[in-house]
Design a protein around this ligand. Sequence first.
Ligand SMILES: Nc1ncnc2c1ncn2[C@@H]1O[C@H](COP(=O)(O)OP(=O)(O)OP(=O)(O)O)[C@@H](O)[C@H]1O
Ligand SMILES: [Mg+2]
Length: 239
Amino acid sequence: MERVSTGIEELDKKLSGGYPVNKVTLVTGIAGSGKTIIGIHFIHKNCLEGKKCLLIATEETPEDILYQARIVGHDLRPYYENGQLVIENIFEDRSEVIEQTRYGFRPEILDLEIPNLFRSIREGTDCLVVDNIGTFALRVSTKKLRDQFDGLNYIVRKKGCTALLIMDESVHNMTHQLAEYSVYGSIHLLVKENSYLGIMERYMYILKMRSTPISPEMSVFEITSEGIKIHESGGESLA
Ligand SMILES: Nc1ncnc2c1ncn2[C@@H]1O[C@H](COP(=O)(O)OP(=O)(O)OP(=O)(O)O)[C@@H](O)[C@H]1O
Ligand SMILES: [Mg+2]
């Protein structure tokens, strides 16, 4: 199966080369666990290789994302400026509507359901990141959400792109983690205490990746001025 680099060398090795091409991979984790930075690595690496990337941002402005990318050593600004990277600014659209609705200027709300979001993906997009799809997941019933996630696989395949969907842990839990079953792959990030060392550490584990041999272990990683660094060994086994 063809792969697209994750932009993190150690993660590529764990995934037999990267995210499966034309498929949907889910990234979940608590606040501040590194979800957006995983997306930044993916976009940066693929922009570097000349691919077209689209980032749909629901919670941060393009400026915030460009700043975050720069301080983890993966400057996206040149690609944003030359149009190779498009940042769809749902954050500001959403805030504007909330503001206007509050004062009664415009009562309608944005049509932010998942299928609409995906239908509008630009032709020629190679890599797509949605950060955070949890914003949309809370708007529909559980049954409808499952159907929408199942439909995503079809739309992503038809559009010919490889998708990374970031979902915050609270919405993921509120929706009974059902997105997990529809997606092709799933990566979970967490921050917890290392009971031996008595310190807090960042962990990543690959919950599933279809058609890919993976081992059920949690890898320790750090976030540095050069981005995510996964430690070679010392992961905790889940078995
Ligand atoms: N250069 C750096 N060195 C060390 N840590 C950094 C650096 N840049 C960012 N961080 C840390 O990385 C953390 C994770 O960042 P990221 O924005 O990817 O988390 P997230 O899971 O997307 O959070 P949220 O749920 O709030 O969107 C930040 O909270 C920040 O403290
Ligand atoms: Mg984030």
